[in-house]
Design a protein around this ligand. Structure first.
Ligand SMILES: Nc1ncnc2c1ncn2[C@@H]1O[C@H](COP(=O)(O)OP(=O)(O)OP(=O)(O)O)[C@@H](O)[C@H]1O
Ligand SMILES: [Mg+2]
Length: 146
């Protein structure tokens, strides 16, 4: 799916969110989404649009320096917390243990979005969803879901 601008990305985020929320009954543990793409591809921008659709109020900052941000969910059936994780500065899965990783991903009321999942690939559950974003020379973004 090609997005020409943030507005179109907002539509793509909505389609993706509706799709993954329907997988609820099949899952065990958190619903985990890995977001891949180059620096500046639009992983944080996409996540912010997801939080907007989820009704999370206020500013959502890139968690590059804090690694993880947790937001309560009030209107999303079946989910109580949204986690936004940026693994860019993590060198291995081991660093996740300080963050209480097992509890985060074993709770089926958690929705977990992770930028740079390749840095912690061993810690990403097998049945996770994936979004691949690539930016093109003209500023358009290509989105692929898996
Ligand atoms: N779909 C889009 N259309 C136009 N501009 C976009 C789009 N997505 C992101 N941008 C812009 O690109 C810039 C970088 O985006 P963003 O910070 O989301 O990238 P990122 O993939 O999270 O980068 P990083 O790897 O550094 O975390 C921002 O200024 C953002 O507004
Ligand atoms: Mg980012």
């Amino acid at each position: 799916m090609i997005s020409k601008n943030i507005k179109e990305t907002e539509e793509i985020a909505k389609v993706f969110l509706d799709k993954i929320l329907k997988t609820k009954n099949k899952k065990r543990g958190a619903l985990v989404v890995g977001l891949s793409g180059n620096l500046g591809a639009g992983k944080t921008a996409f996540t912010k649009l997801i939080t907007k659709h989820l009704g999370i109020k206020g500013r959502v900052f890139s968690p590059t320096y804090v690694i993880m941000k947790k937001y309560p969910l009030k209107k999303t059936e079946g989910y109580k917390f949204f986690f936004h994780i940026d693994a860019y500065r993590l060198e291995s899965e081991k660093e996740l243990l300080h963050l209480g990783w097992e509890e985060i991903i074993n709770n089926d009321e958690h929705l977990v979005f992770i930028e740079w999942p390749e840095n912690i690939s061993k810690a990403i559950p097998k049945h996770s969803e994936f979004v691949y974003i690539s930016s093109k020379d003209n500023g358009h973004r290509n989105f692929k879901f898996k």
